[in-house]
Write a protein that binds this ligand. Structure first.
Ligand code: PRP
Ligand code: ZN
Length: 284
């Protein structure tokens, strides 16, 4: 039995989704060009699809799992499980108008026409804001709609913002923030749930490793106590004596978020020769 995972065939999430499986040690037999790829060392099969179709494939159990932007999931269905945020594909769904539009508040689009591929999310947003606008649904190249006279505003995905700028638009409201998420069909059969548990165990190990760094440093022995407090590590730091009398080497793990603060404190407290290394997998 194989888990069937739908991922984006081309676009922003495509490469990163495959890279994530690779980091989990999962290898595939056939390379690029196929719309279906079977893993050689894990009970998993990848289906390469248009991202907009992925939520429906998962909802109807044609695929057991999917990797797709939360924005697409929320637009298409509320009938799948969100298993795990994946930390890539970060973007926002925003309202944008022409750069010369004198925009003060969302009331300014009242009565206007907004082009979008996200009619459901946009309608909910407008209803909440008590704004009446006409939604014009299109499936791609939304940003050119104002320029060709199809709409007065757009509601679309912004990542770097360069697409908006290139089309003479400015972002005026953020409707939601999104990133890639692993989704699963509801009522996954027990055997498949067991494979999913194995997969999420691996994904957790990869993600934790990305969030942490391995750190090695030298310190005079009379500073070891204070340094151990700064560097808690997974249990406690490893301390190994150096051949040079009165000195030790300290090994530990630090979180990416507090990394620079910790390095500063370590230097203030006599640490020298600090080496920092990436961690490949981390299992607690
Ligand atoms: C979105 C959006 C823009 C682009 C914005 O498309 O429709 O075209 O990204 O990115 P930027 O702010 O970095 O310029 P997406 O990648 O979701 O592709 P799709 O609409 O074809 O699914
Ligand atoms: Zn798409």
């Amino acid at each position: 039995m194989n888990l069937k995972v739908a991922i984006q065939s081309k676009g922003r999430l495509s490469e990163k989704s495959l890279a994530l499986f690779r980091e989990c040690g999962i290898r595939f037999e056939n390379g690029k060009g196929n719309l279906k790829m079977k893993a050689t060392n894990f009970p998993l099969e990848v289906l390469l699809l248009r991202d907009d179709d992925i939520p429906e494939y998962v909802e109807s159990s044609v695929a057991d799992l999917g990797i797709v932007g939360q924005n697409v999931v929320w637009e298409k269905t509320d009938n799948v499980q969100e298993i795990k945020l994946l930390g890539f594909g970060k973007c926002r769904l925003s309202l944008a108008v022409g750069k010369d539009f004198d925009y003060q508040s969302v009331k300014d689009v009242d009565g206007l026409k907004i082009a979008t591929s996200y009619p459901n999310i946009l309608q909910k947003f407008l209803t909440k804001k008590k704004v009446n606008a006409k939604i014009h649904e299109i499936s791609g190249s939304v940003e050119i709609a104002p320029g060709i006279g199809l709409a007065n505003a757009v509601c679309d995905i912004v990542s770097t913002g360069s697409t908006l700028t290139l089309n003479g638009l400015k972002e005026v409201e953020t409707i939601l923030k999104s990133q890639a998420v692993l989704i699963a069909t509801k009522n996954l059969p027990t055997e498949k749930q067991a494979i999913l548990d194995k997969l999420t165990f691996r994904l957790d190990a990869v993600q934790k490793a990305k969030d942490n760094k391995y750190i090695l440093l030298n310190a005079p022995n009379d500073k070891i106590d204070i340094i151990s407090e700064i560097l808690p590590g997974m249990k406690s730091p490893t301390i190994v004596p150096l051949t040079e009398e009165g000195w030790s080497s300290v090994h530990s793990v630090v979180n990416e978020n507090e990394f620079w603060d910790i390095i500063e404190k370590l230097r203030e407290n006599g640490a020298q020769g600090i080496l920092v290394m990436p961690i490949e997998k981390m299992i607690l």
